[in-house]
Design a protein around this ligand. Structure first.
Ligand SMILES: [Zn+2]
Length: 439
């Protein structure tokens, strides 16, 4: 127990020696910090700490910046599974998300803890459409190269999709696996579901850095590789047909009143039972690989069987892709099982849609058929003039349709299904394309 009438210096000592005092009712407390004051100041200090902790633990992650872990491969090659990101939650309070920002959002609302990380492609009020691998914004091609592979699913954006006043259209960079705005379940993302912008990768450490600059680096690399391959010829390849035909019709050429089915069913191997759409795609993929190894750029109209792209659309994709030539791959069929051999189909000079492309198309057809038959040993049936093919008539670039052989001939069917044969088929076609371009 201490006396109260001591001087200040002693008082301080006393405080330190004896923090617990009993005389809280003391009247003398105007001259020196009383117990009440000391408690007040301690409480104040405590409150400051609590405030700092609250800001750090609650406010910063909630409103300013938060760590997020990538779950899954849908943003490859930009982000990998389990990358640790910092998400900036503040900027979007002052400005709107921009095109190509990588955002974190809650597709099913904030009450559901599932969040997605995707890239902004379409902005509020814009109309977006995806045809083949090309994205259109308000009818114009969007120049971007974030996609890891060509897109084969356009989902709800296969038809023009108008975004609402506060809606964003997002895509994962890994477009073959990403579940994003193309799909009904996610759809366009409203502003209130967007949590923030992924800005910084903090782990793994060897990839530490801002996402924006990494995106730019990737784009710069792509631009320079574009520059390197500026002379590269571009080949559009269409693997004919698809897993299900489409019997609704379309004009056989621009302005034509004659209409044909959008996609015919195609033949089936009489011995192998392999449908034409499968062997067409299998050879098309081998041709892509072969051409790319020879320095060409390749645009695949389809890379999956389960698509719905009409013959007119296929030609339009080829036209818009910037390709130099359009190669259509098919296999033939006849009522007679003895018929065999390969042919190449091209438009005549009298063709009212593509007559002026006839000469170049003939040259392409001739070179490809010759080299193909030479490499595979499949007999040549020669060239064939055809002005009734929708996919050819809508083309704006030299075009050929290769009938690789007869699926209705058991021997030829079995021969064409072999992997070794298909490698020869691809090499033969590529040889012909080399010749066409004087390589
Ligand atoms: Zn066919």
């Amino acid at each position: 127990m201490m006396e109260q009438n001591q001087d200040q210096t002693n008082e301080v000592e006393q405080e330190e020696n004896c923090p617990v005092e009993e005389n809280t009712q003391d009247k003398d407390n105007t001259k020196k910090p009383s117990k009440v004051q000391r408690i007040r100041s301690a409480i104040f200090e405590l409150l400051v700490y609590v405030a700092i902790i609250v800001v750090c633990v609650m406010v910063v992650p909630r409103y300013v910046i938060q760590r997020t872990i990538v779950d899954g491969t849908s943003m490859e090659a930009t982000l990998q599974d389990q990358d640790n990101l910092l998400v900036d939650k503040l900027s979007y309070r002052f400005s709107d998300p921009k095109r190509f920002d990588v955002i974190v959002f809650y597709p099913y609302g904030r009450e559901n803890e599932d969040y997605y990380i995707k890239r902004v492609i379409g902005l509020p009020g814009e109309t977006i459409q995806i045809v083949g691998d090309t994205i259109y914004i308000d009818g114009k091609v969007l120049k971007e190269s974030y996609g890891k592979d060509p897109m084969t699913e356009s989902g709800i954006a296969s038809e023009p999709l108008k975004l609402g006043k506060d809606e964003y259209f997002v895509l994962g960079d890994n477009r073959e696996v990403s579940e994003d705005s193309r799909y009904e379940e996610v759809g366009p993302v409203s502003r209130d579901k967007i949590e923030g912008r992924a800005v910084l990768r903090i782990y793994p450490l060897n990839k530490f850095g801002t996402l924006r600059s990494q995106g730019n680096k990737a784009k710069a690399a792509e631009r320079s590789s574009d520059a390197d391959t500026d002379d590269a010829k571009v080949v559009a390849i269409d693997a004919g047909h698809q897993s299900r035909g489409n019997s609704s019709t379309e004009p056989v050429g621009p302005g034509s009143s004659v209409r044909k089915a959008k996609v015919a069913g195609g033949a089936t191997g009489v011995s192998s039972h392999v449908p034409e759409y499968k062997i067409n795609l299998s050879v098309a993929k081998k041709l892509r690989k072969e051409l790319e190894s020879r320095g060409y750029k390749v645009v695949m109209i389809r890379t999956k069987n389960n698509v719905n792209i009409s013959n007119k659309q296929r030609a339009q994709i080829a036209n818009k892709s910037g390709a130099d030539i359009y190669v259509r791959i098919h296999a033939d069929s006849s009522a007679s099982s003895s018929v065999r051999g390969a042919s190449a189909l091209y438009p005549s000079t009298k063709n009212r849609y593509v007559g002026k492309l006839s000469a170049k198309s003939k040259k392409l057809s001739q070179y490809m058929l010759n080299s193909y038959c030479k490499k595979t040993g499949i007999r040549s049936r020669g060239l064939s003039l055809r002005d009734d093919l929708t996919g050819t008539n809508w083309s704006k670039i030299p075009v050929t349709l290769i009938e690789m052989g007869f699926l209705s001939n058991p021997t030829e069917d079995r021969y064409m299904q072999k992997k070794s044969t298909q490698n020869k088929m691809a090499k033969g076609m590529a040889d012909g394309i080399d010749k066409y371009f004087n390589r």
